[in-house]
Write a protein of this length. Structure first.
Length: 720
């Protein structure tokens, strides 16, 4: 066994039967008969082209499955040719080789015995000696045999270069017979084409293949990776000097080696360069981000330039009518917003909690519907859409559903050629919308329709790249209705009052009703207290369900009181008896969160659900998202994480009855005013801060928000 395989258990034998196979993922459950052992062994894993009768060698780890017993979980495998007549007959009779079934398999071994496989491989012309095999069938058998050999050699090559069986299957399904050629030419394509393989993994494979440190394809991949990392940090572009510095640090090469590969990327259009200010470093964009930002500016201008259909020339009468209809009195700011809305093609409505955004939206809907304007309502997440529907009394949906994403075509069906059927489109929680999604939305807005963007500009910006709501406001090209006055009834809430205090740079005022503080300076004690609050104290005092109604929000993943440690402790406290599942560290009954958009499953980044069922036969989990069951293949579980605790960023657009927020000085990097403000405004009824007053003070004072590198505001101000 090779030295690097010593960490694995190894078995070898003949595949007796396939219990289960997923043809899309290559996942197998099969039985193997090992020589000298009376009972067959079970093995599971991602394999390719394994058939009954084959002799294979497997490396992996033994696991004890509660339902299915002892199994070898395969990490690596290789196919060995059967050596006995019986083995060869079973191997060929399995249907593995097109043109050979059980009948011809028997005839072949009767004719050639143990030499059968060598004859097929080296002397296929001799196959015609077998009764019933003519020129056509012999050629068919030869081609199928070569294809099978190619699959096996590709899988061996991939696994021999440190690529796991699961990744190897994905690579083969993507590139087919060209897999080895792709890897030899440019293994960095894997980082772009194969989900789950990033730059660092591709770089390791490239190193194994002998690709030099300063090879152009490695430098190009490093430059793209640095731009992609910038996008993960929210930036739409990076200045050239910063891109160069980060790529040098990543690759460990001299900066002079970067210029030619960068020029190659820009000449091919994979990277877009904007160099219109001699005093500043050139701006470099990934092509997709440049297209999205330029497109956003184009479509906003198109909406703004298209004349608006008049709502009414008696706006004051409309205001009086809606106040009487709903028995309310609009504030001066709300009335001004109604006036703007009646004349504007596009409008931003922004304000903090308790300033009457919902009342304003309901009033606008009443007025527009009275004038026979058909509205569409949407929000970035399912939870935000449900809140919008509940608060307005009108149907609302996610932006993705509004735009009708087609998994088959891999794109939104609604666009400029198939626009939305609406006179008025209202989007809530717009601060969450990144530049990609905003571009898709704006493309689908009919030029004659009105678009109202609602959101709190003081919230954290979108998880994805861009700072769209902020940039649209900063451009001064779109009317903005600012709601700043907190209504008296809302001001009675300690949560709303303290959200505004924090936003003004003032320390929060704690009470014994809905805004609590528990002092803990030690991280271990903080974690212990958070678990006790969630599992016992808050549910008992307020009658809340700890799984459904209470959400822990922390600034960071790492640390003793970070999201990762909190999830482990809360899982043990809230779901101690959940049946362990075969992938990751999940249990039945766990609360989990989706980490990226999955259009095929109709589940999106930040959605929270509960694991309700696991099926070992089909290798799927059932997860319920707001009572909607979704079946997850085991191979998609990397897109999920435990959600008893989550980062503040991931909580955007959601609202929970109670929120618990650990805040310590060890969270220093993310002790920022907008992080604390966003966390507090996620709670509807109760906020509990646990930690150090010093950490709270640092967060309140720190209003130095990292500026995202975007050009949308500038583009909107440009005349063309």
């Amino acid at each position: 066994m090779p030295a690097d395989d010593a960490q694995f258990d190894q078995i070898e034998g003949v595949v007796e039967r396939i219990v289960y196979e997923n043809p899309d993922t290559g996942f197998f459950v099969a039985r193997l008969r090992e020589e000298g052992r009376p009972e067959p062994l079970t093995f599971v894993g991602n394999l390719m082209a394994v058939s009954p009768g084959e002799t294979i060698r497997l490396w992996g780890h033994w696991v004890e499955d509660k339902k299915w017993g002892r199994q070898l979980r395969v990490s690596k495998y290789e196919t060995l040719m059967p050596a006995t007549v019986d083995g060869i007959e079973k191997y060929l009779g399995s249907g593995l080789i097109e043109g050979i079934g059980p009948v011809f398999a028997k005839r072949l071994v009767n004719q050639f015995g143990t030499e059968t496989l060598r004859v097929i491989d080296e002397h296929p012309e001799r196959l015609r000696q077998v009764p019933g095999i003519g020129r056509k069938r012999a050629g068919q058998i030869r081609e199928a045999w070569q294809a099978q050999k190619a699959v096996q050699s590709i899988m061996l090559f991939l696994q021999g270069h440190g690529i796991g069986a699961g990744q190897a299957v994905r690579i083969y399904k993507k590139y087919g017979d060209g897999s080895v050629a792709v890897l030899r030419e440019n293994p960095y394509r894997l980082a772009r084409d194969i989900h789950g393989i990033g730059f660092r993994s591709a770089d390791k494979i490239a190193s194994n293949l002998g690709i030099q440190k300063d090879a152009p394809q490695r430098i190009e991949a490093g430059l793209l990776y640095a731009l992609e990392q910038g996008a993960l940090d929210g930036h739409v572009y990076l200045p050239q000097d910063r891109l160069m510095a980060e790529t040098v640090n990543l690759l460990g090469v001299d900066e002079t080696r970067l210029h030619s590969p960068l020029a190659g990327l820009t000449s091919r259009g994979e990277v877009v360069r904007e160099d219109d200010n001699a005093r500043e470093s050139a701006r470099l964009f990934l092509k997709s981000l440049h297209n999205a930002e330029v497109g956003c500016a184009h479509y906003v201008k198109r909406i703004m330039k298209t004349p608006a259909t008049a709502i009414t020339d008696k706006v004051e009468n409309a205001i009086a009518w809606v106040e009487k209809k709903n028995n309310i009195e609009l504030s001066a700011e709300q009335r001004e917003a109604v006036r703007l809305a009646c004349s504007a093609k596009m409008l931003v409505i922004t304000g903090g909690p308790g300033t009457g955004k919902t009342t304003l939206i309901r009033s606008l809907l009443d007025i527009f519907e009275k004038k026979a304007f058909g509205p569409l309502l949407a929000a970035p997440t399912g939870r935000a859409a449900k809140r919008m529907e509940f608060s307005t009394g009108r149907p609302s949906r996610t932006i993705h559903r509004l735009l009708e994403f087609s998994p088959k075509e891999g794109k939104f069906l609604r666009n400029e050629n198939n626009p939305l059927d609406a006179d008025l489109i209202i989007i809530d929680e717009t601060s969450m919308v990144d530049v990609y999604l905003m571009h898709s939305l704006l493309r689908a807005v009919p030029p004659q329709a009105r678009l109202f963007l609602v959101g709190d500009v003081d919230q954290l910006p979108s998880v994805g790249p861009g700072n769209v709501l902020f940039d649209i406001i900063a451009s001064n090209t779109v009317p903005v209705a600012w709601l700043k006055t907190v209504f008296r009834q809302a001001a009675e809430s300690g949560i709303i009052r303290n959200a505004h205090r924090i936003n003004q740079g003032l320390f929060p005022e704690f009470n014994t009703r809905d805004f609590f503080f528990v002092e803990r300076k030690n991280p271990a004690k903080t974690l212990e207290t958070v678990v006790e609050l969630v599992s016992s104290r808050i549910p008992k005092k307020f009658g809340l369900n700890p799984m459904r109604d209470i959400q822990v929000l922390a600034p960071m993943h790492r640390g003793e009181a970070g999201v990762t440690s909190l999830n482990e402790a809360l899982q043990q406290a809230l779901n101690p008896n959940g049946e362990p599942l075969p992938r990751k560290s999940f249990r039945l009954g766990d609360k989990v969160m989706q980490l990226r958009n999955n259009y095929e499953l109709d589940v999106y980044n930040g959605d929270i659900g509960t694991i309700t069922r696991a099926d070992e036969e089909t290798k799927t989990l059932e997860i319920r998202f707001d009572e909607r069951p979704v079946l997850y293949p085991f191979d998609d579980l990397d897109d999920l994480t435990l959600a008893y605790a989550a980062t503040v960023h991931k909580s955007q657009g959601s609202e929970y009855p109670a929120v618990v927020i650990p805040l310590l000085t060890q969270h220093f990097l993310l002790l920022q005013r907008n992080v604390l403000y966003t966390a507090i405004t996620r709670a509807a009824k109760i906020v509990t801060l646990v930690g150090d007053e010093k950490a709270i003070a640092i967060a309140v004072k720190n209003n130095r928000v990292t500026q995202r590198m975007t050009r949308l505001a500038e583009r909107l101000r440009m005349s063309k």
